[in-house]
Design a binder for this molecule. Structure first.
Ligand code: PNS
Length: 165
């Protein structure tokens, strides 16, 4: 039976750390679904459809990578998609506690789904969507940390915010 993985997250925005994990996952599993969380309470920088569009553009060359959205319990989505594996990236020890709690809670909710942790390449161990947004908004350089298409969109968002503000 083919092994299908789900890689969930907010991806606001997609970083090269995410891209690295997804590319590794696409080599390891028969298919990997990038599942973007629909979270109406948070106010993301990129709308859900922008995040989907950007991820689709970045992975258009990898046929076993699918971009989808989900809401509600993650394990229910994984079961609905008939996937067996949840992929999460681990960058540093600081990620561990939160990830460990989520993995065990998800295991308790559905014991047939296993979480697999993957390490991104070393140069991305300090990359996070939150820091990228902060650095860009303050005029800092993020070249090489996000896909080029994401970098262009981030810059135009900052320009729009400046002219509006
Ligand atoms: O972008 P993030 O913060 O790394 O992603 C967190 C995410 C989307 C994996 C997590 O918030 C999640 O699974 N949300 C769906 C709701 C759910 O199932 N919660 C229980 C998790 S134990």
């Amino acid at each position: 039976m083919p092994t299908l993985a789900v890689y969930p997250g907010s991806f606001d925005p997609l970083t090269n750390g995410h891209v690295d994990i997804i590319t590794r996952g696409a080599r390891l599993f028969d298919g990997i679904i990038v599942a973007i969380l629909v979270n109406p309470e948070k106010s993301p920088l990129f709308t859900l459809s922008e995040r989907v569009e950007l991820a689709r553009a970045v992975f258009k060359g990898l046929p076993n990578v699918e971009i989808d959205t989900f809401e509600g319990l993650l394990v229910d989505y994984v079961a609905r998609r008939k996937a067996q594996v949840l992929v999460r990236g681990l960058r540093a020890v600081s990620d561990f506690e939160y990830e460990f709690q989520m993995a065990l809670m998800n295991q308790r909710l559905n014991d047939r789904i296993d979480t697999v942790f993957m390490m991104p390449a070393e140069q991305y161990t300090y990359t996070s969507s939150r820091l990228i947004k902060e650095v860009v908004s303050l005029g800092g350089r993020i070249h090489g940390l996000v896909p080029e298409i994401v970098e262009e969109r981030l810059r135009s968002k900052v320009r729009t915010a400046r002219t509006e503000g």
